[in-house]
Ligand binder design. Structure first.
Ligand code: PMP
Length: 442
């Protein structure tokens, strides 16, 4: 029996139906019963370069022969320095320094601490609040969770560490203000100014946003001029702009970093997921020289994590980044992403349960509705997103489900395959999705 035993010693809930993985290669995963699946969501939108990449496996082998782990206060290591230099070279001016961590929540956590210690180092001790958006997802550690607005995850831990003010995300399909772009005059972006004034600008350190929404909002692409307004407000009030590129970074949206879509200059970015593509835990925050020097002079940072910047993690990160850049995987994501979005829109023509198709590059989503006209969600949201995901799984397609926002609306699935996907494989995925939706709506 290849299934997980009912009395599973692991802490999290794995259903007895969950198959055991046997092997993963390219965009495919096989279970121990020999069934083959298309990894249509790159795990948790992480395996950007696909599974079993020979270049990464060779780099792991090579690094293992020299040093797997050394501690950063005792030894510097070449892969860490090389990867940091490459990241700085490839990112927008103003992101001059790299601080390694081991995952997305740690990256967000470090971004929060970096902002706070920056203002402390300048004697502006009141500036401690980080404004975020609703809905949003920034991680599972208590600081990152406090910035997250996704009720099912927060409720068991309330009150959050420190109330973090939230403004509406640019969710045009379900506009918080019930307005339409562009007549809305970007009310959701301008809400940042209102929130800053409500809190008192002297209390606000930063604003954090996912450049293109991820798991909580389902590939939510903001209006073209949204971030220009946000950047201007941050500049006028002297608050820092943090972009959470944990999901959108490393080619996912068709550019190496999503901020490139709008020529945006963030003060801090949080990175992980695609950075090591699932081959090793790795993340980072990047920030500018002035900010970092001020923080270091004030003695407030860095607080390190034991695994941060270890040789193996960075050797993997370097091999992954080389693969993305050398093989133009961001460009492939842009091209196959257009094909995928157009295929999804065709499916929407056949299946009225699809309320909206959205996304950019290979970060795409379908939002489900009970009634397309009124955009009313399904009464039992658990049913629809689980049903579609389970049906797809049984047809050998893995997609990433997300329950509705605050139990009201926003049921969606993310479709975000590895960036190495070919045009023929996109068609194969669309065909399985078509069969899935036919079965669900039969
Ligand atoms: N930020 C974003 C935008 C994410 O999507 C995630 C993970 N889904 C995180 C932060 C947290 O990353 P991790 O799970 O690696 O801690």
């Amino acid at each position: 029996m290849n299934r997980i035993a009912a009395a599973n010693p692991l802490f999290y809930q794995t259903s007895a139906e969950t198959p055991m993985v046997a092997k993963a290669e390219g965009i495919y995963i096989w279970d121990e019963d020999g069934r083959k699946y298309i990894d249509g969501c790159s795990g948790a939108i992480i395996c950007n370069i696909g599974h079993g990449d020979p270049g990464v496996l060779a780099a792991i082998n090579e690094q293992a022969k020299s040093a797997f782990f050394t501690y950063r206060t005792q030894f510097e290591n070449r892969p860490a320095v090389k990867l940091a230099q490459k990241l700085v070279d490839l990112s927008t001016p103003g992101l001059d320094r790299v601080f390694y961590v081991s995952g997305g929540s740690e990256a967000v956590e470090s971004a929060i601490k970096l902002c706070r210690s920056y203002f402390c180092s300048k004697g502006e001790h009141g500036r401690h609040l980080i404004i975020s958006r609703t809905p949003s997802y920034h991680g599972s550690t208590l600081g990152a969770l406090a910035l997250t607005a996704y009720a099912p995850l927060e409720i068991p831990y309330r009150p959050m560490l420190k109330a973090s003010p939230k403004i509406p995300a640019p969710y045009c399909y379900r506009c918080h203000y019930q307005l339409t772009y562009p007549q809305c005059n970007l009310a959701c972006a301008k809400a940042l100014e209102t929130a800053i004034n409500e809190q008192g600008p002297e209390n606000v350190a930063a604003f954090i946003a996912e450049p293109i929404g991820g798991a909580s909002t389902g590939a939510l692409v903001p209006p073209e001029d949204y971030f220009a307004v946000i950047r201007d407000i941050c500049n006028r009030y002297g608050i820092l702009l943090i972009l959470d590129e944990v999901m959108t970074g490393f080619g996912r949206t068709g550019r190496l970093f999503a901020y490139e879509h709008w020529n945006l200059r963030p003060d801090i970015i949080a990175l992980s997921k695609g950075m090591a593509s699932g081959y090793y835990p790795l993340g980072a925050v990047m920030a500018g020289n002035e900010l970092v020097e001020s923080v270091l002079a004030g003695g407030g940072f860095p607080h390190g994590h034991t695994y941060a910047g270890n040789p193996m993690a960075c050797a993997v990160g370097l091999a992954v980044l080389n693969r993305i850049v050398d093989d133009q995987l961001a460009e492939n994501a842009a091209e196959t992403g257009r094909q995928l979005l157009s295929g999804l829109r065709q499916l929407a023509g056949h299946y009225p349960i699809i309320g909206e198709v959205r996304g950019r590059g290979l970060l795409t989503a379908l939002e489900f509705v009970a009634d397309r006209e009124s955009r009313a969600p399904f009464a039992n949201s658990d049913q629809i997103f689980n049903l579609v995901t389970r049906e797809a799984f049984s047809r050998g397609l893995i997609i990433y489900p997300r329950k509705s926002i605050n139990g009201l609306a926003g049921d969606h699935v993310l479709i975000a395959p590895p960036l190495i996907i070919s045009a023929a494989q996109v068609d194969e995925m669309l065909e399985r999705l078509n069969e899935t939706l036919a079965a669900v709506t039969r």
